[in-house]
Design a protein around this ligand. Structure first.
Ligand code: SF4
Length: 174
């Protein structure tokens, strides 16, 4: 697994203040993607022990709510195993912190991925510029969904995602 950046005290990629890992590698090629530099799975830097420790130092802080995996696509074949192992370790070391993951894949295609046992919130789907709206909550375009993964997996029909939040902050739409 390779990565481009680790951002800290991030307020734009999930609830609370978060550490965000921006991985390298994405096959979705969404039009007007904001991070095309992250598409190349050979770009960025190797995710090494120093990067791992940098993330744990952030998660050690009481005020950090959790980690968000973004990119790039954390479920790209170059990242999928590394992300799963890191999620497993974070879940063990920090059981009270939340794990969010942004992917261009849709829930229906990834709901059986082994990483889902660790993910609290999944933001799914490709960015569609024609459905884009900067006021949307935690997502870039209307087709994407902010999914409560554990609620969904525990529900009667896990094929139908249970949403974590509405499309907009209360009262913000139009
Ligand atoms: S899935 Fe995300 S990173 Fe990949 S092309 Fe689409 S917007 Fe860009």
């Amino acid at each position: 697994m390779r990565y481009h950046n680790i951002t800290k005290d991030d307020m734009s990629n999930g609830d609370g203040l978060r550490v965000v890992l921006w991985v390298a590698g994405c096959n979705h090629c969404c039009r007007e993607c904001q991070n095309p530099v992250t598409w190349d799975p050979y770009g960025g830097l190797p995710f090494d022990e120093a990067a791992r420790q940098e993330i744990f130092e952030q998660l050690d802080k009481n005020y950090i709510s959790g980690i968000t995996f973004s990119g790039g696509d954390p479920l790209h074949p170059a990242n999928s195993l590394g992300v799963r192992k890191l999620c497993e370790e974070i879940r063990q070391r920090y059981p009270r912190k939340t794990i969010w993951l942004y992917t261009g894949d849709v829930w229906e295609d990834v709901r059986n991925h082994p990483v889902m046992r660790y993910v609290d919130v999944l933001v799914d789907g490709e960015f569609r510029v024609e459905e884009g709206d900067v006021k949307l909550l935690w997502k870039g375009s209307k087709n994407q969904r902010v999914i409560d993964v554990q609620e969904t997996l525990d529900s009667e029909n896990p094929a139908v995602p249970v949403l974590h939040c509405p499309d907009y902050f209360e009262g913000v739409a139009d």
